[in-house]
Write a protein that binds this ligand. Sequence first.
Ligand SMILES: C[S@@+](CC[C@H](N)C(=O)[O-])C[C@H]1O[C@@H](n2cnc3c(N)ncnc32)[C@H](O)[C@@H]1O
Length: 278
Amino acid sequence: MKTQELINLGSRFLKNKSILSNRIDSEILLSYLLGISREKILINDFDIKPEKINQFKSLIERRSKNEPIAYIIKNKEFRSINFFVDKNSLIPRPETELLIDPIVSLFKRKRLFFLDVGIGTGCIIFSILNELKNSQGIGIDRCKKTILNAKKNLVNLKFQNRARLFHKSISDLYKYKFDLIVTNPPYVIKREIKRLSGDITKYEPRSALDGGNDGLDVIRKVIYKSKHILKTNGILALEIGNGQYKSVLRVLKNNKFKLKTTLTDYQNNIRCIFSTLL
Ligand SMILES: C[S@@+](CC[C@H](N)C(=O)[O-])C[C@H]1O[C@@H](n2cnc3c(N)ncnc32)[C@H](O)[C@@H]1O
């Protein structure tokens, strides 16, 4: 069988299972399996060996059950960096990329020492390290398997000299003072998790989503702790969920933070809040 025929076969199977991204998913899976770029596959019609056809079918089968492509191919690109990812870490989201530009422009000329709370794959901490060459960071996550994944990215991206990763909750951090604390915490309201799409609820770690009864459990912990571990004039950069802006602003004000700026996402929702201590 030739590549184009196989891509069509995979795409048709996924379409019948109501996977909207069927064509591109079929192409990505074949490219991953053959270790050849999608572009090359699309312009050349290669012959595929029977054993590869069977392997391709089992990848398509996994995708047809809503398993996210990133978990199948164990990779997700974020700010042009490839991150190893599997079911123990949240898949990096495009909205989270929004946090990085303002951080880069605020700390461009400084020797930044920062903390990333709940690092997941490490997409935030490693993007900052990549774009601010004078920076050093500490990353924590309360999930042990997530930290082990992030350590793979630490080594792959060669940031061992500029980053330290710890299996810790924000509540257990006392030792350092930071110029910047950044976090994309779990912020989904517990009872709303079941309404998220099947690829999220069935496959992504619940501990990366569940923000408790009002979605703000971890955000509150980060704000309380930041009061003590942020340097004077330091920045607290938070990613938040839809409709959480007013409540988060209230928690910030009650904890002696003042608003610096907000960022909206591609749907025009306030997605990030930057604040400083009064
Ligand atoms: C929404 S995910 C974000 C992952 C990554 N930063 C990203 O943007 O893709 C939230 C992460 O916070 C971690 N986490 C949850 N509660 C935490 C806590 N109290 N202290 C540290 N990490 C926590 C979860 O294990 C999860 O990896």
